[in-house]
Design a protein around this ligand. Structure first.
Ligand code: 13P
Length: 340
């Protein structure tokens, strides 16, 4: 394992103003996204959509890394340039989603466990050959009124994340460690903070036990935020305060960067909340984004599967990237929305 190489890749992804585009939707998930704008979902339409994203002019100032799905890592531009090569020529690092999804955890009704460890060493070797320099594994933690998540559910997910992270570092890939506490449900921000704290404690304990070098990972957590159905929603300042407090307690300073998922927040909220955190001043780690929906929802709405909308889609994408780049420095304002 070349620690210096892992560190330099991790640092490049979260360099000043930069974050991650999560474009690693599985075929089933991207179909849902395409359905929502009545776009046809075929191998070619998925390829073309990703090409529109990756060829948008100027995004390299704000996008340090892109997470791809297996199919996409094997695809190319219409001129035949493999996507990983195109991204690398623009100074953007390619990553790959390697988990195989969250399945019900046996004998623990309500808990889920992410699968995909079997054969992972071999898959990582192939992905590295194809140009991936980092990887992603998402653990899903649902909050329910009763005792969900269970302590064992959290531990099992933390263990799987750590086994994945160790295999990535062995293969020379930076692991993005993603324990996502879902924002579905009616719980308040306090419950989200308590569960996020338990999850982060378990994750860092397992990473340590598995000898994972923290300088060569990126953490991709949820923000501390109330459930979507909670009658009392929180301001960006409250979200920022609770999130930073929780992270400071549980995330070691050796971790170079924290790249939040958007998790169902609107594009504007995700940018505003990140901005509020960075407006609190410099922290121990870079605080950045690894958004899927919050970067792509406006792009899909502009594109709608129609080639004549490609330029409008790229404009919408560049705008979201730029605004999140500003949020990296705490310089975003809501009034910038619509003014781009
Ligand atoms: P969202 O930002 O849409 O939550 O997606 C990020 C991601 O990669 C989830 O695994």
């Amino acid at each position: 394992m070349d620690i210096e190489q892992l560190k330099s890749v991790a640092n490049a992804i979260v360099a000043k103003q930069k974050g991650v585009l999560a474009a690693d939707e599985s075929t089933g998930t991207i179909k849902k996204r395409f359905d929502s704008v009545k776009a046809e979902c075929t191998e070619e339409s998925r390829r073309r959509y990703r090409e529109i994203l990756f060829t948008t002019e100027g995004i390299e100032r704000y996008v340090g890394g892109v997470i791809l799905y297996d199919e996409t890592l094997r695809q190319s531009t219409r001129d035949g340039v493999p996507f990983a090569k195109l991204l690398s020529s623009r100074g953007i690092v390619s990553g790959i989603k390697v988990d195989k999804g969250a399945k019900p955890l046996a004998l623990f009704p309500g808990d889920k466990l992410t699968e995909g460890l079997d054969g992972l060493r071999e898959r990582l070797a192939e992905y590295s050959q194809l140009g991936a320099q980092f990887a992603k594994w998402r653990a899903v933690i649902e909050i329910d009124e009763r005792d969900i998540p269970s302590a064992y559910g959290i531990r099992a997910n933390a263990h799987a994340l750590a086994r994945y992270a160790a295999l990535c570092q062995e293969a020379g890939l930076v692991p993005i460690v993603e324990p996502e506490v879902l924002m579905d449900g009616a719980h308040g921000i306090e419950r989200c903070e308590a569960v996020t704290a338990q999850v982060l404690e378990a994750v860092f304990s397992e990473l340590d036990a598995h000898r994972v070098v923290l300088e060569g990972i990126l953490l991709k957590p949820n923000m501390v935020i109330p459930g979507m159905k909670c009658p009392r929603q929180a301001s960006a300042q409250e979200v920022a305060g609770a999130t930073i407090r929780c992270l400071k307690r549980y995330v070691p300073a050796a971790v170079p960067g924290i790249v939040f998922l958007s998790g169902g927040q609107s594009a504007e909220d995700a940018t505003d909340n990140l901005n509020a955190m960075n407006a609190l001043g410099a922290q121990l780690w870079e605080l950045s984004f690894s958004y899927g929906r919050a970067l792509q929802a406006p792009v899909l709405a502009a594109w709608k599967g129609q080639e004549e909308n490609a330029a409008a889609a790229q404009k919408a994408f560049f705008t979201r990237c730029r605004l999140n780049g500003l949020a990296r420095d705490g310089e975003y304002l809501r009034s910038m929305e619509g003014a781009a």
